[in-house]
Design a binder for this molecule. Sequence first.
Ligand SMILES: [Mg+2]
Length: 378
Amino acid sequence: MLGAIIGDIIGSRHEFHPTNNYDFHLFTNRCFFTDDTICTFGVADALVKSEPYAKSIHSWCQKYPHAGYGGHFYGWVHTANPQPYGSFGNGSAMRVSPIGWWFFTAEEVLEEAKKTAECSHNHPFGIAGAQAVAIAIHDCLKLRRTHHGGSISRDDILNIGLRRAIQFYESDHTKFHLNIEHHRNIFDETCQGTVPVALAIILQSQGFEDAVRRAVSLGADADTLGAIVGSIAEALWGIPEWIKQKALTYLDPEMLALLKDFRHKLHLRRKKYEEEQEEKMQQHMLLMRWKLGLGNMNDIMFDTPTPSPQKTRIATADMMEITPISSEDKSICTDWKYGYISHEQMDILKMGHIPESQEDHWFMYFNPKDMTLHYIRS
Ligand SMILES: [Mg+2]
């Protein structure tokens, strides 16, 4: 989300004084935060305080009543009871970035992005723009984490980072070919005219600064395109520390406090989420143990402290009628990839497994003659 704010601040002085100079000064004393930053804080504050997006965005905009809002949105800000007005302006896309960080599944990201748009930009294009940017942030963030700070190829950016975002505009993402030059010096403030350009810029860029420079020097809606590109670029590459520190000097104390609060609460959320994921993984391991005959389904379902069964009967081959599997299909994968089997567990395994209930899919016995565990699908 800081990436959006930085893109806005850097682009601010070029919104009405466009530049095509890629090597422009990033920060000057004529830079300032605009509506893109304020609305982004509106969304972030709604998340931190668990408030409705409309209320929070409206309240932040009213604190800064003349921050460069577009005509219709200006009316939305300056009314007591704001209602959606069918907008497909790029305002829904520039303010959505906190969603991509705050929620950890694609379903939640898309659902919440839709909600942030709906309070004003409830046209399908307005909603799609917000969802495309939010899912791009979510996917790029995941992509960066899997690369552990290493360089990310353009193919990975296209096929993993931006695939779902592009699919809002082009069903086959590999056919997404947008010529950015056709958008040079054209001020288009619609979602459908801005978001695909932002995605195309990300695809051409090598890093955060490069992406923001390309966006702002396109001579289009510089601050908003800067904000959208900045928000995705942050997720993909991170922000150079000096740019981060410089940008923070343009913000008000209340904004800095919210940034800190957002970061802190996000950290706690992520920790909790990761713990839940870890627990799910443990459950998965229990399931694998069960598949190997080291437990039974009831132990897993009812979460008993030890999934190892207390076996009293040793399974032998003559207990069941066994039909060999066909010769064309004789390998199975047990998915065992977590840890190793202890001697104690091996002793239990050697007792085999006699199915006890409908859910118990395996009959298993150990043949001491060939020292082999035999698994039979029951
Ligand atoms: Mg603006």
